[in-house]
Design a protein around this ligand. Structure first.
Ligand code: NAD
Length: 322
């Protein structure tokens, strides 16, 4: 029987599928300094992680029995892919399973910021009974999303899911991606049994930045160690542009963002990811014009179930071929 250590957990549906296929699945987390010992002493063949466990070259070298590392999610930055490839350790992830959830979180931040909810929720708790009229006035100049232009930077799986949702809301979609020339988005209206295809041609980043009222980033990470949106890009934006980052910390230059928020160049920002996770800087956490979440893009029941099942299928497939 093949043995799997799901060190950051696995959804119940994926675990059940693996167990039905004859695998043993352990979900008790081993601390970083005991991980190699646990894998070796308990004869695990597969290590499953999310983003918390770091799968370093040292760990893989210390565990010669490991044949497969599974990353339940998209990014593979916590796994030493070079070592794994050189040592015949297969690495699998679940790239598509969380796109809808991340896209929906982007709109949660957009709708929140458009009506000051990140600040209103906070202040209504403490001042709602004494300063109701003042708060009502403070939040009286909200904005709508319908009819506005959303600029999507990184037009892959999540970027396209965001685009489809934006079209459904009556927004204009512009996108930038050096590796994708065009993509066909689909607006699904299940009640009308309708599926409307819309073709979007990507444009250079600067054009997207100049046109957009709302900009959302869906790139793999920093590009050549640099933020994709820094002071120069912000200069090209319209005054009052909105910026959302649910991709990776560091993709927006946090210093430049804070300056632009304070100058009113950026109306509000929505951040799910931060340069210094898990200790984001205080100026971001306390800023009234930033809608915040603690890296929860893929954290829905639906995405976790899809991730678990996709991962279970990948593991079962791997050992069938083996
Ligand atoms: P993807 O690979 O499908 O899409 C990324 C796109 O970015 C690709 O089309 C690529 O061509 C494009 N790209 C690369 N460099 C670019 C550049 N300089 N400018 C514009 N586009 C560029 O990936 P995805 O599944 O859409 O994921 C996107 C990001 O979301 C990743 O960083 C991933 O780690 C992150 N993510 C975050 C969460 C979360 O919890 N917040 C969850 C899942 C994924």
């Amino acid at each position: 029987m093949k043995r799997i250590l799901a060190n950051d957990g696995i959804d119940a549906a994926g675990k059940a599928m693996l167990e039905k296929a004859g695998f043993f699945v352990e979900t008790t987390k081993a601390a970083d300094n005991h991980l190699a010992e646990t894998i070796n002493n308990e004869n695990f063949d597969v290590l499953l992680v999310r983003s918390a466990t770091k799968v370093t070259a040292n760990l893989m070298q210390a565990c010669p029995r490991l044949k497969l590392v599974g990353r339940a999610g998209v990014g593979l930055d916590n796994i030493d892919l070079t070592y794994a490839a050189a040592n015949d350790i297969k690495v699998v992830n679940t790239p598509a399973a969380s796109s809808q959830s991340v896209a929906e979180l982007v709109f949660a931040h957009l709708f929140s910021g458009a009506r000051f909810l990140q600040d209103a929720n906070f202040r209504m708790r403490t001042e709602g009974d004494t300063k109701f009229a003042a708060l009502k006035k403070a939040y009286s100049a909200g904005i709508e999303l319908q009819g506005k232009t959303i600029g999507i930077v990184g037009f892959g799986r999540i970027g396209q899911a965001v685009g489809s949702m934006a079209l459904g809301l009556g927004m204009t979609v512009v996108a930038s991606d050096p590796y994708i020339q065009e993509a066909t988005l689909h607006v699904h209206i299940p009640q009308a049994k309708a599926d409307i295809p819309v073709n979007i041609k990507t444009e250079p980043l600067e054009m997207v930045i100049r046109k957009a009222d709302f900009i959302t980033l869906h790139v793999p990470g920093k590009i050549n160690g640099k933020a994709v949106i820094g002071a120069t890009e912000i200069k090209h934006m319209q005054t009052g542009t909105v910026l959302i980052n649910a991709s990776r910390g560091g993709v927006i230059d946090e210093d430049a963002l804070l300056v632009a928020l304070d100058q009113g160049k950026i109306r509000f920002a929505g951040l799910d990811v931060f340069e210094n996770e898990p200790t984001p800087r205080t100026e971001l956490l306390t800023h009234p014009a930033i809608s915040l979440s603690p890296h929860i893009g893929a954290s829905t029941n639906e995405a976790q179930e899809r991730i678990g099942l996709e991962m279970a299928n990948a593991i079962i497939g791997f050992f069938k071929e083996d």
